[in-house]
Design a protein around this ligand. Structure first.
Ligand code: GLA
Length: 390
């Protein structure tokens, strides 16, 4: 593979010897269940055929040296400097290095061995696009440290540790979906996860359809601030609803009927956000039966409804995501289209008749460019394997 070849050469030139190992961890796309993982709901993601690749070896120095090829930057840090987020030369760790340093931090917290390493990495998951490029970096480093640390944990445990790094070291209060999908992905399968019990199963992607991912190419700043705010408002909604429904622990426990009875007691913003979550969880509960029955039409309708809800109630869409979704829904063969991931720019996910997928992709790209003046990236994707040592 070209990307592995490239990072291997850079490793050789940087460190003067060949790397011992290669790790790969995919990004993910989410079909249904958006902004519900941190409300104990159900999600339906798949790992995709785009990934972060790391070539690495144990280092003979006390510090780890990492090269981020896509950014053309290098950073080095030792375990002692992890808490202060500084490099070996005392300068601040660059933001991108918080992800690998966060993994080392979480492993040290768990008393798991995270020896110094030399590593070079690159990714073909577009950054900040809603396809979990950061979770794929985290999971790839998790596999790398597991390899040279000489321990082994089940994929779900690795995902939970990576989520802890993201929450507590990087400072984004994300749920478990992204790391889970990157860790546990399976070829040609969607993954249905109960974010409360962490039980999961695979759901087959019906043979007749393809997943098409469309990148608006729009990136918003301050995404993590808005994300953390949404999460806090959901917690606020739970506190209000607990006055009438004392048994609930999260929005997962609130039925649509109960929500309708008490919604007016919530402040306006909390009522809108919570309604999205309650109704989205209801939608994901229907997903498995629909997909198993091959009812892609009805499933696609749920995707369309999800987009409307993310746009109007959760307010995480933007003009370009709305345009991409609207255009997609007007093209023949498209069963459903919606923004995927946290929102605020990035990608849409589309469920499209397999036979129409190529035509759909080119037509969507053309029409989006005419309407917005932006040249999108549109590609047909395939559910792929989770994080692994190659
Ligand atoms: C981001 C987070 C996930 C999830 C999605 C929205 O990708 O990392 O945990 O909350 O947003 O569904």
């Amino acid at each position: 593979m070209e990307i592995i070849h490239r990072i291997t050469n850079i490793f050789q030139n940087t460190f003067g010897y060949a790397p011992a190992h290669i790790a790969r961890a995919p990004g993910r796309v989410n079909l249904l269940g958006e902004h519900v993982d941190y409300n104990d709901g159900f999600v339906l993601p798949a790992a995709i055929d785009r990934a972060t690749y790391i070539v690495f070896s144990p280092a003979s120095t006390p510090h780890s040296t990492l090269v981020a090829v896509d950014l053309n930057q290098q950073a080095s840090f030792s375990p002692q400097a992890i808490p202060s987020k500084t490099q070996t030369d005392s300068s601040p760790l660059p933001d991108w290095a918080h992800y690998p340093a966060g993994i080392m931090w979480t492993l040290l917290e768990e008393s798991l061995s995270a020896p110094a390493m030399n590593a070079v990495y690159a990714s073909d998951v577009p950054r900040g696009s809603g396809l979990s490029s950061s979770a794929s970096v985290e999971m790839a480093f998790m596999i790398a440290w597991q390899t040279i640390g000489g321990w082994a944990l089940p994929p779900m445990q690795l995902a939970l540790l990576a989520q802890k790094a993201e929450n507590q070291y990087v400072g984004v209060n994300s749920g478990i979906m992204d790391q889970f999908a990157s860790a546990c992905g399976m070829e040609n399968k969607l993954l249905l996860l109960d974010c409360r019990s962490l039980e999961w199963q695979t759901v087959p992607l019906p043979e007749s359809v393809s997943i098409v991912i469309a990148d608006t190419t729009v990136r918003r700043n301050l995404t993590s601030g808005e994300y953390n705010k949404r999460r806090a408002v959901c917690e606020e909604a739970v506190r209000y609803l607990q006055m009438d429904l004392p048994q609930i622990k999260s929005l997962r426990d609130v039925s649509a009927d109960d929500f309708n009875r008490f919604a007016e007691k919530l402040p306006g913003e909390a009522a809108k956000r919570a309604r999205h979550v309650v109704e989205e969880i209801e939608r994901t509960k229907q997903a498995q039966a629909l997909l198993e029955a091959g009812d892609v039409q009805l499933f696609g309708r749920l995707m369309n409804e999800c987009h409307v809800s993310l746009r109007d109630l959760y307010e995480v869409s933007c003009a370009e995501l709305d345009a991409m979704t609207r255009i997609a829904q007007s093209i023949d063969g498209c069963h459903g289209a919606r923004l995927t991931g946290a929102g605020f720019g990035g990608c849409t996910v589309n469920l499209v008749e397999r036979e129409s997928a190529n035509h759909f992709a080119s037509s969507l790209a053309k029409k989006y460019e005419i309407e917005t003046g932006l040249r999108p990236q549109v590609y047909i994707s395939r559910p792929s394997k989770g994080a692994e040592l190659l």
